[in-house]
Design a protein around this ligand. Structure first.
Ligand SMILES: Nc1nc2c(c(=O)[nH]1)N[C@H]1C(S)=C(S)[C@@H](COP(=O)(O)O)O[C@H]1N2
Ligand SMILES: [Mo]
Length: 441
């Protein structure tokens, strides 16, 4: 059996009997109490890993309703309840709190996605080790491989030409809970609504400059950046090692930076201090925080973050899943609380943001009557790729009662947000038009 063949953990309130049986069986297998005839050990390990992910916070009925908690284990910055919803080790931005924050997201509002906990790293003693058989040189790289190795301090990186990029970081699972609440489908993973995204002005050295200085060889095909945070251990006790995800050389040499500044200040602890990777337009996992080393390899690399995770599994996808996820999809969101109450006879200004991993935003259409009529929203930023565009539309509701607001973005590649998103078991890349329920009073 393969992850793609398994049903995702049920999340809609029914008893998760099949999934918990499966987890129990996997635990027995780990304890040597179960046989897996005819299944490669590797494939069972994949299931174990997938089960660990599946037993994370279930996407549930109550997903959008916030707990009053103001602290998530392992996050350093303040997480006031009017700006954040705590989800396990993560903090989701409340989209309504972005109203009036400007184009970039202040650190005080920026979501945090931590597999474990924010480590405290001293920038003065920190070094980045770049190593591997994809570098020139005859030295031993430490793992017995021939190749090169070179260390960089923060001062070394700051001596290189600095470049700035305004770009979103968005979790591949942003919008995941909408598979359940809007499409009635079971998915596993953190139950984000739409606030696992933020835009910042990132500044740092080009990864391409660093790789060339380290002695990039023509044999290199993949680079593997790895974080300094603790090993990620799944709920079933499988240690997947430190967070790391291979990046194809073509992307590494394109627009990726080693960022040491966020919005004009040194990177804060929760966002990767002292240095994180920033891979514009790609799923958030590509932007490894608290960077410790980068392996440069002459052969393709794998980690759980490009095999079990961050591929699309499910009906209609191949057994080994889709190709590893790269670019983000297309989304738009209102800067309004879920189930907001708006007064009748008043002229409101509906505001929101739209973004795409494929291109700039070309237009946003808004409906205040559940899709019967549509109005073109006003765009407030010059649209650019890799970032979002703010939009607004005036609205004077005339009759009291519940109604559904919709926003539908189109990007410059011609993509339009669809009515539904095809299901995948881990709930990645939700791109459908979101039904935002409000009540006119
Ligand atoms: N070292 C490390 N890097 C990481 C992660 C992590 O847990 N550890 N999480 C990734 C994921 S899944 C996302 S979505 C982004 C989130 O970045 P942020 O916390 O700055 O918003 O960081 C990525 N980089
Ligand atoms: Mo993520």
């Amino acid at each position: 059996m393969h992850p793609s063949r398994r049903k995702a953990t049920p999340v809609m309130g029914s008893a998760p009997s099949e999934a918990s049986y499966d987890r129990g069986r996997l635990r027995q297998w780990l304890a040597g109490e179960a046989r897996a005839d005819g299944v490669a050990r590797r494939d069972v390990l994949r299931l174990v890993a997938a089960a660990g992910l599946a037993s994370a916070v279930p996407v549930g009925l109550a997903a959008p309703r916030a707990a009053a908690a103001t602290a998530a284990p392992g996050i350093v910055k303040d997480l006031p309840a009017d700006r954040f919803t705590i989800r396990g080790t993560n903090a989701e931005t409340r989209f309504e709190s972005l109203a009036g924050t400007g184009h970039t997201t202040p650190v005080s509002h920026f979501f945090v996605r931590n597999h474990t906990a924010t480590p405290r790293i001293d920038a003065d003693t920190w070094t980045l080790r770049v190593w591997g058989d994809g570098l020139t040189g005859d030295g031993l790289t430490g793992d017995g491989l021939t190749g090169g190795a070179r260390e960089f301090t923060l001062a070394d990186l700051k001596r290189l030409p600095a470049v700035s990029r305004t770009a979103f970081v968005e979790c591949a699972g942003n919008g995941r809970s909408l598979f359940a609440t809007q499409q009635g489908q079971e998915v596993s993973g953190t139950a984000w609504t739409l606030g696992a995204v933020g835009v910042a002005r990132w500044r740092g050295a080009r990864l391409s400059d660093v790789l060339r200085l380290a002695g990039l060889s023509h044999r290199a095909v993949d680079v593997l950046p790895r974080g300094l945070d603790d090993d990620y251990v799944t709920a079933d006790g499988t240690n997947l090692g430190r967070v790391r995800r291979p990046l194809p050389l073509a992307k590494a040499l394109d627009d990726v930076i080693l960022a040491y500044e966020m919005n004009g200040a040194p990177l804060p602890p929760d966002h990767g201090h002292p240095v994180r990777l920033l891979a514009p337009s790609w799923v958030g996992i590509a932007s490894i925080k608290w960077l410790g080393d980068i392996e440069v390899s002459s052969t393709p690399l794998y980690s759980p973050w490009n095999t079990d995770f961050y591929r699309l599994y499910g009906d209609g996808y191949p057994p080994q899943g889709s190709a590893p996820l790269t670019r983000q999809t297309l989304k738009s969101a209102f800067e309004l609380p879920w189930n907001a109450r708006l007064s009748t006879g008043t002229r409101h200004r509906l505001t929101g943001r739209a973004w795409s991993g494929a291109g700039a935003i070309a237009r946003v259409d808004v409906s205040t009557d559940a899709g019967t009529t549509w109005h073109r929203a006003h765009l407030h930023d010059t649209p650019h790729r890799a970032t979002w565009t703010r939009w607004s539309l005036p609205w004077r509701p005339t009759s009291p009662g519940p109604t559904t607001l919709l926003s539908r973005a189109t990007d410059t590649t011609g993509r339009v947000q669809p009515r539904t998103t095809r299901h995948n078991t881990q709930g990645y890349l939700f791109d459908a038009v979101v039904r935002h329920e409000v009540t006119v009073v």
